[in-house]
Design a protein around this ligand. Structure first.
Ligand SMILES: NC(=O)c1ccc[n+]([C@@H]2O[C@H](COP(=O)([O-])OP(=O)(O)OC[C@H]3O[C@@H](n4cnc5c(N)ncnc54)[C@H](O)[C@@H]3O)[C@@H](O)[C@H]2O)c1
Ligand SMILES: O=C(O)[C@H](O)COP(=O)(O)O
Length: 527
């Protein structure tokens, strides 16, 4: 008998597959204290949660029998994925089940915001018949700016178009062609901010999106624009939003999520221009049934020895395979991470070539890891070894793997190539016997760089003095150069410098580097 613990409120109809299974004992207890959870988890083989239960490392480490954590919803930010992976616990979610409900909730918020419905209702409850105070705005012909054009963002766009709004969207995976197919305008983040009458965010909360809509971003927006957040608290910086509403820059906001929840005492709630709901995006009968059913099936499958549909963390790899491949894992991920940080444009295709010793092994796990390294830049920790290919394919990115007999003199060689709508770039790396990983080729240039730490990639014209000026400027900013590699096509032609430095090159120093004569482009990255 497998014991399944459900520690958040879940649809009973949705978990029927579990309740009816003879080999499953289902324990539903949505009111556990932290201590009770630590005790209950001790005998559970599966844990199912929504966003409320904090599945911390401590919880996972108190669960010696735990095999699977099911998140009945999308966001897995309440689950310590690293701890789960380290402890061999597979995490699954339900990425599609609440998309429609959340998109519909966003539209409800959009309309309520435009027509002051909650505020007017509140006045009526106070027995006040106010009409002048609640003059709204039409949606027709207004611009809806969408940041994050994934599942929910796309559904919101379709609905907004039904209201005859003009939709402009930004997403690192969106390009002109895909936008045209979806019937929206493709814009940069800045263009979306500048044009939006209503701005709605639908990204995950990751390092790159934390406070994406901050004081600076809001300053670019039209005076009188309105902001919606039905994604995750923290994508919109709450203090900046508060100040912008107080100053009249932003006419109103609709929030379903907050940086800290529950958020009953939040200062934003004291502003009459703000309407809010307590994280209700996914709270419909249909969505709750969908997400509960999806995770129930995955839990049942896994506990009965099958494979899951919506994994979020690591797959299991046979120990023999692991032994042959594991030395290359870090190199593959870092080649992908490095290249994704220097490439420009919308990603369209990833090609990974293997040669030398790697001709004889199944390199698919390495390709998966390289793709993960590439996608992490935009998706953060939600992309992993298990879902990297699916995520790439969902984003319209083609992934190709090829074996090549061209070893370029190395006993093993991995070449990652990225094609975007603007350029094609490649990076090759090898494992040197006893010396570890090296990047040995960057586009057409031969180099020798250890793929870790803080790197500065400079494209320049091969002229006397360029290298010296870079060295002097970094020294002025007390940045120590650990290694420097220079490659060029021909004397006086295109050239590249790759420096490893002891601390990140930021702000002022970065700008000054870019202004040095003969320097064309400076890119600083940490891998
Ligand atoms: N309020 C709720 O109850 C509720 C319900 C479901 C989902 N959500 C949240 O809504 C968000 C979107 O969910 P989804 O199912 O559409 O996810 P998704 O993965 O389908 O889409 C997210 C999109 O954001 C894009 N993105 C990532 N970084 C970006 C950036 N810096 N700028 C612009 N776009 C960026 C990604 O490329 C992706 O296309 C998530 O944060 C999810 O947790 C909230
Ligand atoms: O990420 C999600 O799926 C939503 O935020 C819903 O969270 P909930 O399951 O706690 O309603």
């Amino acid at each position: 008998m497998h014991r399944v613990l459900i520690s958040d409120p879940l649809s009973e109809d949705g978990i029927r597959p579990l309740l009816e299974a003879e080999d499953i004992e289902t324990v539903m207890n949505p009111n556990l204290s932290h201590e009770q959870l630590l005790e209950e988890i001790g005998s559970a083989e599966a844990l199912i949660v929504r966003s409320q239960t904090q599945v911390t490392r401590e919880v996972i480490e108190h669960a010696p029998h735990l095999k699977i954590i099911g998140r009945a919803g999308v966001g897995v930010d309440n689950i310590d994925l690293d701890a789960a992976t380290e402890n061999g616990v597979i995490v699954v979610n339900a990425p599609d089940g609440n998309t429609i409900s959340t998109a519909e909730h966003t539209m409800a918020m959009l309309m309520s915001l435009a027509r002051n419905i909650p505020q007017a209702y509140h006045q009526l409850q106070q027995k006040r018949w106010e009409r002048k105070k609640f003059v709204g705005v039409e949606l027709k012909d207004k611009v809806l700016g969408i940041v994050g054009f994934g599942r929910i963002g796309r559904e919101v766009a379709q609905r907004a178009k039904g209201h005859r709004m003009k939709v402009i969207a930004f997403d690192p995976f969106l390009n002109e062609e895909k936008a045209e197919k979806a019937g929206v305008t493709h814009g940069s983040l800045e263009e979306v901010l500048k044009q939006a009458d209503f701005l709605t965010v639908h990204t995950p909360l990751i390092e790159k999106t934390k406070h994406l809509i901050n004081e600076e971003a809001i300053a670019m927006m039209k005076t009188g624009a309105r902001i919606l957040n039905c994604a995750r608290g923290g994508i919109v910086e709450e203090n900046a939003l508060y100040e912008a509403i107080q100053s009249g820059k932003i006419a109103g906001a609709a929030l379903d999520v907050f940086e800290e929840e529950p958020a009953t005492e939040h200062p934003l709630l004291s502003l009459s221009e703000v309407i809010a709901t307590p994280h209700l995006g996914a709270s419909t009968i249909e969505a709750q049934e969908n997400v509960a059913t999806d995770v129930s099936f995955d839990v049942l499958e896994l506990l009965r020895g099958g494979t899951v549909k919506n994994p979020v963390n690591l797959p299991s790899v046979s120990s023999e395979m692991m032994e042959r491949l594991s030395p290359y894992f870090k190199l593959s991920e870092r080649l992908g991470a490095f290249l994704s940080k220097v490439v420009e444009g919308t990603l369209e295709r990833v090609n990974v070539y293997y040669s030398g010793d790697l001709l004889e092994v199944d390199t698919m796990p390495l390709t998966r890891i390289a793709v993960k390294g590439i996608l992490k830049r935009h998706i953060g920790e939600r992309v992993n070894d298990v879902n990297a290919f699916k995520t790439a394919s969902d984003k319209g990115i083609t992934v190709n793997e090829q074996k090549s007999t061209q070893t370029k003199g190395f006993t093993n060689l991995i070449t990652v190539e990225i094609e975007t709508d603007q350029e094609k770039r490649s990076l090759a790396g090898t494992l040197l016997n006893g010396l570890g990983a090296r990047i040995v080729q960057f586009d057409q240039y031969s180099i020798d760089v250890v793929p870790e730490g803080h790197l500065v990639v400079i494209r320049h014209t091969d002229q006397p003095g360029a290298i010296g000026r870079v060295g002097s400027l970094l020294a002025e900013h007390e940045i120590n150069i650990a290694t420097m590699q220079v490659g060029r096509t021909n004397e006086g032609g295109e050239a590249v410098m790759v420096l490893t430095v002891d601390k990140p090159v930021e702000g002022n120093c970065n700008d000054k580097l870019a202004q040095i004569a003969d320097i064309k482009k400076v890119q600083c990255l940490t891998i």
